[in-house]
Design a protein around this ligand. Structure first.
Ligand code: ADP
Ligand code: MG
Length: 364
């Protein structure tokens, strides 16, 4: 397996800042993820529809003795795209080659990879939406006709030599299916949309990982971790490791609900999976601006962060959770946000409370 087997954020991406509830893989994640990856479709937790559809695609191809159709996996970071690509190769008993869009700078890089593929091989192209345009065009022909034009020489004397490729399966992964040019999207025989996981599914992920890591955990301990994992197996696995540390140092090594919640309090991950930054944004919005609407820049200054950090790191999850909404007039908090921070929205203060609600908001 080569070094490209990593899904990090794009360089300078604030989402790749190594926060405990961030969804990109950090160094430690990369080291343990290989050990935690399910090896077969049966072991892969959740995503029932994707699993069923993919199973049909692969079983049918196997029965025909053919190479499987090209597969596009789309979904947020940490939901299992890299894992599924490896499972596809395993299920097809085919070797896998792993690379990524950003690693392919020139069409020539792609030509070199394509022309060295073996028959039936799986080519995993991570972050396929970040490939260069010329490489993308070469890929169209490779996917459809199993052919590439290799350019020999430079300048006016350059010639294109057509080269036949053995049949292969391209597995593309993207966090942004909408960014793929339609001609590329259309060349995939099957597209799997990965959804965020339900808490019960993440609970199974946590139990499975705990077993592999040889950590003792009970049902409630797993539920506690699952509920704070933002629908994302990568985060669930990371929280499990932090809770394990705590359990070893502060308890008898066994993870119960009490141990999990005490540990995650130390790491400042709250019951809904919000971390300190998320909560700071909500706090400012509620306590300083009465729930909004307030402009992004003002909100960012109030929490002492860059605009981009608030917008790209904190907000997406707050919006997804229905705690914050972006409106043309600015950011507003939803009733769920007030409830989550245990505060009372101003307009809902009981009548005749004599400003008690106000004191709740702006008091010490
Ligand atoms: N359905 C699943 N069942 C069990 N573990 C999973 C599942 N999906 C992801 N994981 C775990 O989460 C981690 C991140 O998965 P990965 O495939 O690298 O995500 P992505 O490539 O989408 O960012 C891996 O350690 C993997 O074992
Ligand atoms: Mg990945």
């Amino acid at each position: 397996m080569n070094r490209d087997d990593i899904t990090t954020g794009p360089a300078g991406d604030p989402a790749a800042d190594g926060r405990l509830v961030g969804s990109f893989a950090d160094g430690e994640d990369q080291a343990v993820e290989a050990a935690l990856r399910p090896k077969s479709l049966d072991e892969f937790v959740g995503q029932e529809r994707v699993r069923e559809q993919l199973d049909l695609v692969l079983t049918a191809a196997r029965a025909r003795g053919a190479t499987a159709d090209h597969v596009l996996l789309s979904g947020a970071p940490g939901l299992g795209k890299t894992t599924l690509s490896m499972i596809i190769a395993t299920e097809m008993q085919a070797p896998i080659r792993i690379t990524s869009g950003p690693a392919i700078q020139h069409a020539g890089d792609l030509a070199a990879i394509l022309s060295s593929l073996q028959e039936g091989e799986v080519l995993f192209l991570d972050e396929i939406h970040r490939m260069s345009r010329p490489a993308e065009e070469m890929l169209y022909m490779a996917m459809e006709d199993f052919r590439v034009d290799v350019i020999v020489g430079k300048g006016p004397g350059a010639t294109a030599i057509p080269l036949d490729l053995p049949p292969f399966t391209l597995v593309g992964a993207t966090t942004r299916a909408g960014l793929l040019p339609p001609p590329l999207r259309d060349r995939f025989g099957f597209t799997a949309h990965m959804e965020f996981y339900a808490p019960a599914e993440l609970e199974r992920v946590v139990h499975r990982s705990a077993q592999l890591l040889d950590v003792e955990i009970d049902t409630e301990g797993a539920a506690e971790i699952a509920g704070r994992s933002r629908g994302t197996p990568r985060i669930a696995n990371r929280l499990l490791r932090r809770v394990r540390d705590y359990a070893q140092v502060k308890a008898d090594g066994r993870i119960t609900r009490a141990v999990a919640s005490a540990a995650l309090r130390v790491y400042e991950v709250d019951t809904r999976g919000l971390d300190r930054l998320d909560r700071a944004v909500l706090h400012a919005l509620l306590k300083l601006f009465g729930g909004g609407p307030v402009g992004l820049s003002t909100l960012a200054v109030a929490v002492g962060e860059e605009r981009e950090t608030v917008e790209e790191v904190a907000e997406p999850f707050l919006v997804r959770e229905g705690l914050l909404a972006r409106t043309p007039r600015g950011r507003i908090a939803t009733p769920a946000a007030w409830a989550h921070l245990g505060l009372v929205p101003p307009q809902q203060a009981p009548p005749g409370a004599g400003g008690g609600g106000q004191r709740g908001l702006f008091g010490p």
